[in-house]
Design a protein around this ligand. Structure first.
Ligand SMILES: Nc1ncnc2c1ncn2[C@@H]1O[C@H](COP(=O)(O)OP(=O)(O)O)[C@@H](O)[C@H]1O
Ligand SMILES: O=c1ccn([C@@H]2O[C@H](COP(=O)(O)OP(=O)(O)O)[C@@H](O)[C@H]2O)c(=O)[nH]1
Length: 236
């Protein structure tokens, strides 16, 4: 029996690159989709938010000197591309997925309409929320927190490049150690950066726990959904 009936899964956009320099790595996206498929087979309702860092990151690199809001809209459009790729890969793997966008691009994807998203989830379809929150100055982590709260997900699962929340950024501090769980208040007071502050604050206010785990570790998503010890739980 899965530990959760309905989850909001946030997939790192950057991780989609696999070992490539940018874009979508075929083997990586197929592997991610199969892991999602496994948990849907357990009877868990799955909504997904995917980032866009593999295609465009509004706050860095090529956007130097650009108007921040414009760069952020480009970032949101990158998440639409990833969402379409993800949903199409799901279709190829025999799943039914629907993409809903926070920005109106009606010829390409349907707009986000909450009751419709809830209906899809009840029907067992995977819903992919594209274009983040639809607003610049936010991230897809915040979109995950927002949509997670809206659809009544029991948990936000952040599948990322690290296997949990550490005492410090493990990419910079090799002596950092991983928490198996940590409260929101402690994570915020220690200024731990795995999720942005807006997403953290929203989840804390809504009493929506977050689980941080590795997107690279095979079977990790299933273990998380089964309530096994994996990654870090950020709790109220
Ligand atoms: N205390 C911490 N514990 C774990 N990771 C951290 C911490 N502080 C910073 N990080 C960094 O946060 C990154 C994950 O967040 P993020 O950039 O939002 O990834 P994505 O959105 O692609 O999943 C990790 O690669 C890690 O280097
Ligand atoms: O609500 C949102 C979500 C995303 N973005 C932009 O889209 C980019 C890609 O999203 P993110 O960096 O969160 O993706 P990931 O880290 O998962 O690759 C961000 O850098 C922002 O520029 C935004 O402006 N508003």
């Amino acid at each position: 029996m899965p530990a959760y009936k309905r989850i909001l899964l946030k997939l790192s956009g950057e991780a989609l690159m696999g070992d490539d320099a940018y874009g979508i790595n075929r083997a990586t996206i197929v592997r991610m989709v199969r892991e999602v498929q496994e948990v849907t087979k357990l009877g868990c309702e799955v909504a997904v938010v995917i980032g866009g860092g593999n295609i465009f990151r509004g706050v860095a690199g090529g956007s130097v000197g650009m108007d921040r809001a414009t760069a952020d809209y480009m970032g949101m459009l990158a998440t639409v591309m990833n969402s379409l790729a993800l949903a199409d890969t799901m279709r190829q793997e025999g799943m039914t997925a629907r993409v809903m966008s926070a920005i109106a691009i009606d010829q390409v994807v349907e707009p986000y309409v909450r009751p419709k998203a809830l209906q899809y989830l009840e029907e067992g379809k995977v819903v992919v929320f594209a274009a983040g929150t639809g607003n610049p100055f936010f991230t897809t982590d915040t979109a995950a927190a927002l949509r997670g709260a809206e659809i009544g997900a029991e948990v936000v699962l952040k599948a990322t490049k690290v296997d949990g929340v550490y005492t410090a950024d493990p990419k910079k501090d090799p002596t950092a150690t991983r928490y198996s769980k940590i409260s929101f208040d402690e994570a915020i007071s220690r200024n731990l950066q795995v999720l942005d502050a807006t997403a953290f604050a929203l989840c804390r206010d809504q009493k929506l726990p977050i689980k941080v785990f590795s997107i690279f570790k095979e079977g990790a998503l299933k273990r998380v959904v089964m309530g096994e010890d994996e990654g870090t739980l950020v709790h109220v």
